[in-house]
Design a protein around this ligand. Structure first.
Ligand SMILES: [Zn+2]
Length: 442
């Protein structure tokens, strides 16, 4: 079996073969840090973290980069409104972003490039595009000449003519063609940098492509992001990269679907936003993680309280079963690191099939059932293997159940409780039972 991924560039399911054997370079477009993230923004944060964990589970070394866009009109406006510098605004919301990332159980990427650290590289990149005829500067702005790229539209599957008619609404008289996009923006307010084209700031599409090339050269395996970034952001990244390096930016493009709130797009102006920072606690973060992970990743999720409650119940069921099994096995001294090979093979088969998470969910619940059955039947050897298999799969998915082995003190009380029960000394049993309840064990 080999991992198959749906490649947005070819619109086909393709076998995953990275440039280097056993090593994967992955870049995912990160946030523009001017606000808190909502649970819809958290979807790619969760999905690509899971993808990274799964690739690691398969034995790959994963070099995972995700950028921080720390210069943008929205940041500039926020800075002006709040009487702060752009750097202060960006730092504040970046810190808040990492808190949210942690809350939904995702690890930080290995590389976190910040746009403002690459301004010189961006200026040289734009210069080279101008020299080679792929870009032109008009009155302090620099635009990319889309007509020079024959396969423009290859990712979003659109031909230039269609795109042009769609783009006509935003006619910019400075541009040669409505499809041309800004590489450098002349700015009259907020932070700006000097450049041969005049003072201003880089465009977002240029930021990502330059950081990509700096970090990975032409060896990027996976480029990811939300479905809404396909056009124009990713299309424009591809065009710029192709212009200078004569190759497509990434071998595989993976796009994650949106998360709507009861069928409506989450937006601040509609007032229907659920911020990750407002989730009650880490358990809530995990419930959201499960809800997101067990939806087919390319489809739209329609979030509702009902759906959340459903996953809350699932999560509590897993937690209960795992807790009982773990404590019993610890008490019996039968914990193992053996795995049920057939369950693990089934897990891989489903994950390798472009992440067939619904079948993974079925598998998890089948394992839970057999954990409960073997516990009741006191078949502790099987229980031990099933429990370790369950935990291994949950770790790959990054779903933390927040259940640890008992401390020595708790284990001691647990033993005394069991002993008293088997001696039918209910009074003593109650004393230890209470202690265990107090410690959150029972
Ligand atoms: Zn990007």
């Amino acid at each position: 079996m080999a991992l198959k991924i749906y490649n947005s560039l070819s619109n086909k399911l393709e076998e995953f073969v990275p440039n280097k054997e056993k090593e994967v370079n992955m870049y995912v477009c990160g946030p523009t840090v001017y606000n808190y993230i909502h649970i819809g923004n958290a979807r790619p944060v969760i999905f690509y973290d899971m993808l990274r964990r799964y690739l690691e589970f398969l034995g790959y070394k994963v070099n995972y980069a995700s950028n921080i866009t720390d210069v943008d009109d929205k940041i500039i406006n926020k800075a002006i409104d709040s009487n702060k510098t752009e750097a202060e605004v960006a730092k504040f919301f970046e810190d808040a972003y990492w808190d949210s990332v942690e809350k939904v159980g995702s690890r930080k990427p290995d590389m976190i490039p910040h746009a403002t650290d690459y301004i010189n590289e961006m200026i040289s990149f734009i210069n080279e595009l101008i020299e080679k005829g792929y870009a032109y500067s008009v009155d302090g702005d620099v635009f990319f000449r889309v007509s020079k790229i024959a396969d423009y539209g290859c990712l979003s599957n659109q031909v230039s003519e269609d795109l042009e008619s769609g783009a006509r609404i935003q006619v910019n008289s400075k541009k040669e063609s409505p499809l041309d996009f800004a590489l450098w923006k002349k700015t009259d307010k907020g932070i700006k940098w000097d450049s041969p084209f005049g003072s201003g700031r880089p465009g977002w599409h240029t930021e990502c492509v330059v950081m990509n090339h700096k970090l990975f050269g032409t060896a990027l395996d996976i480029h990811g992001g939300g479905m809404d970034l396909k056009f124009p952001h990713h299309e424009n990244e591809i065009a710029q990269f192709e212009a200078l390096y004569k190759t497509h930016l990434a071998k595989y493009w993976i796009h994650v679907g949106r998360l709507d709130l009861e069928g409506e797009k989450m937006s601040k102006s509609l007032g229907n936003v659920i911020y990750v920072k407002n989730l009650n606690n880490t358990t809530d973060g995990m419930v959201i993680r499960a809800l997101i992970l067990f939806a087919p990743y390319r489809s739209i999720i329609s979030y509702s309280e009902e759906l959340k409650n459903q996953y809350q119940k699932e999560y509590e069921k897993w937690q209960r079963a795992y807790k009982q099994a773990l404590y019993t096995l610890q008490y019996e001294g039968l914990l193992t690191d053996k795995l049920d090979e057939s369950d693990i093979n089934e897990f891989k088969t489903q994950m390798d099939d472009d992440f067939n998470v619904q079948n993974v969910l079925t598998l998890i619940n089948t394992i839970i059932k057999s954990m409960n059955t073997t516990l009741r039947a006191k078949d502790y050897n099987t229980l031990a293997i099933k429990t370790n298999t369950f935990k291994t799969i949950m770790d790959v998915l990054g779903i933390n159940l927040f259940v640890e082995k008992m401390s020595d003190e708790n284990l001691d009380n647990y033993k005394k409780w069991q002993e008293a029960r088997s001696n039918k000394d209910f009074e003593t049993a109650d004393i230890y039972r209470n202690k265990l309840v107090e410690a959150g064990i029972l």
